[in-house]
Design a protein around this ligand. Structure first.
Ligand code: SF4
Ligand code: SF4
Length: 333
């Protein structure tokens, strides 16, 4: 059985249908990857065919309106062989003829989108949708990233950083938007623990042992009450992961002291180093929309110190390893 597009039902669509012939024919035959200018790079195949890609930065959060999609579709149709979503929620136009490159860049600029975020620059910001679409959000990840990027925006369009700089934000510790694998991760956190309504938990009929099994650190203790069984949160053990909230949203609410943590030094991998997790540098900064001055100031300070003292090719995590985490924390203080 096939659908209206002629695709067999019940299987994954074939990725090859999105790839034009000139690229498909050269699968596995690419020999060079060179950066031409911020946001523009060239792949060279062994037969001399060159494929220029243009990386566009899209608004943080991952949402795309039909207007923006139409614009991207038109640019693919008029200027490129195809398009590609990047793993960081950006977009690349792939296979732009050299003769059309300048015209495309002018048109992108005229539509208020930026080209950049390649090599040693500030890359596409990545975040979850936060309050826009999620009941768990502690901080408004998209507006924070918009303002952080506004402040650092020059970095998108030059290659003068010591290495690539990736900033991600997640609305809560679940990190759907990433963060702990970025050079700088902004993470929604709540300082006080989850709050349990005994009455609502008993009324909900949720199996308490099932609920307790979702706590990764054993912080939910069984609590016998005259009307039934509830749980008590051991705040010394609780790591504020929100797992109990997700399991029993009818009865458990997140705490009210909410803000952002900043983690630094993460990396998702790549050819220049192994993957590593970020470490928390600031465990709590107030982040009430749209007052992010303190948070942005701390990120700017971190980026300034890294730019001033890192050696070429050194990502933030490697820089902190070299100068010493404790030494850097003292400098911050
Ligand atoms: S990280 Fe938290 S706030 Fe963001 S989408 Fe995931 S659960 Fe929601
Ligand atoms: S927030 Fe996480 S660690 Fe804390 S009690 Fe709930 S499940 Fe356990």
């Amino acid at each position: 059985m096939t659908n209206a597009l002629g695709i067999p039902a019940g299987i994954m669509p074939d990725y090859r249908r999105e790839i034009p012939g000139p690229l498909l024919e050269r699968t596995g035959k690419w020999v060079e990857h060179r950066h031409m200018q911020p946001g523009v790079f060239r792949h060279l195949a062994d037969d001399g065919f060159e494929c220029i890609s243009v990386r566009l930065l899209l608004p943080p959060g991952g949402f795309l309106s039909s207007n923006t999609l139409r614009l991207l579709a038109r640019w693919i149709r008029e200027y490129a062989l195809t398009g590609r979503r990047t793993s960081r929620q950006g977009f690349e136009l792939v296979g732009v003829p050299p003769s059309r490159l300048a015209e495309l860049l002018d048109e992108v600029a005229a539509h208020g989108l930026a080209v950049g975020g390649t090599a040693n620059s500030l890359h596409q910001p990545k975040c979850c949708n936060g309050f826009i679409h999620c009941q768990n959000a502690v901080i408004d990840a998209p507006s924070i990233l918009k303002m952080v990027m506004d402040r650092l925006f020059d970095g998108v369009q030059h290659h003068n950083y010591p290495a690539g700089l990736k900033i991600s934000a997640a609305g809560c510790p679940n990190q759907c938007g990433g963060g702990i694998e970025a050079d700088i991760g902004i993470l929604g956190v709540f300082l006080d623990g989850p709050r349990v309504s005994d009455e609502r938990l008993i009324r909900s009929g949720i199996n308490v042992e099932y609920l307790r099994s979702h706590c990764p650190v054993g912080a939910l203790h069984r609590r016998e009450l005259p009307d039934g069984v509830s749980v008590q949160v051991d705040l010394d053990l609780c790591v504020r992961c929100t797992s109990c909230l997700l399991t029993a949203p009818e009865a458990i609410e997140m705490g009210v002291i909410r803000g952002a943590a900043i983690a630094v030094g993460g990396r998702g991998g790549g050819i220049k180093g192994t993957p590593r997790l970020a470490r928390v540098l600031h465990h709590y900064i107030p982040a009430i929309p749209l007052n992010y001055d303190d948070l942005i100031g701390k990120i700017e300070f971190l980026v300034d110190r890294w730019c001033a003292r890192a050696v070429p090719g050194e990502r933030i995590g490697d820089f902190l390893d070299r100068i010493g985490w404790d030494y850097f924390r003292q400098e911050l203080e």
